[in-house]
Ligand binder design. Sequence first.
Ligand code: C5P
Ligand code: MG
Length: 190
Amino acid sequence: MLNLVLFGPPGAGKGTQAIYLARTFNLVHLSTGDLLRQEIAAQTDLGRIANEIISKGELVPDSIVISMIESKLKKPKTTVGFIFDGFPRTVPQAKALDDLLRKHHSKVSVMLCLEVEKEELIGRLFKRGLTSGRCDDADAATIENRINVYNEKTAPIISYYESQGKYHPIHGIGAVDEIAARLSDAVEEL
Ligand code: C5P
Ligand code: MG
């Protein structure tokens, strides 16, 4: 199985690029952010909890997102593999993903890290906020907090994958199709 972790700060382009990669390599796209937004739209209990956390730019507890991923992996559909977009967000989530994949006799193939500097991220998130309707793209303080949360809680995942020889940085600035080509070249070189 080909299991890609698509990693990077908020606004790096994970969602956009995950769609391309999923199509190119015939993978199932799993976005925990999208799954949480679906819960919010459906006004479930989980959605109400998630909405409060997401609108502040904070992270939903590990146990919640891990069980969401667990239930998606359980689906008995045979698949070439998965692309994980926006998950893992913490080192415990990265460890849990390894455990879950091991149970399915599989593993993470590579972690592709989209690299984009802070000023560019802020500009992109602001611009997205004008059309996305996402409450967490709407104001400067929330955007700033998401980037801080990324640096504090999410970025340590880089060393986790680096120590396994799976960390693969990708330059995240340029045209969407240029970046898509960089990513798929990296996967093909595996
Ligand atoms: O991945 P995405 O940027 O779409 O996620 C949007 C928000 O969902 C995050 O800012 C965070 O509040 C929440 N989230 C989370 N844990 C994850 C994925 C997303 O808390 N694993
Ligand atoms: Mg996303």
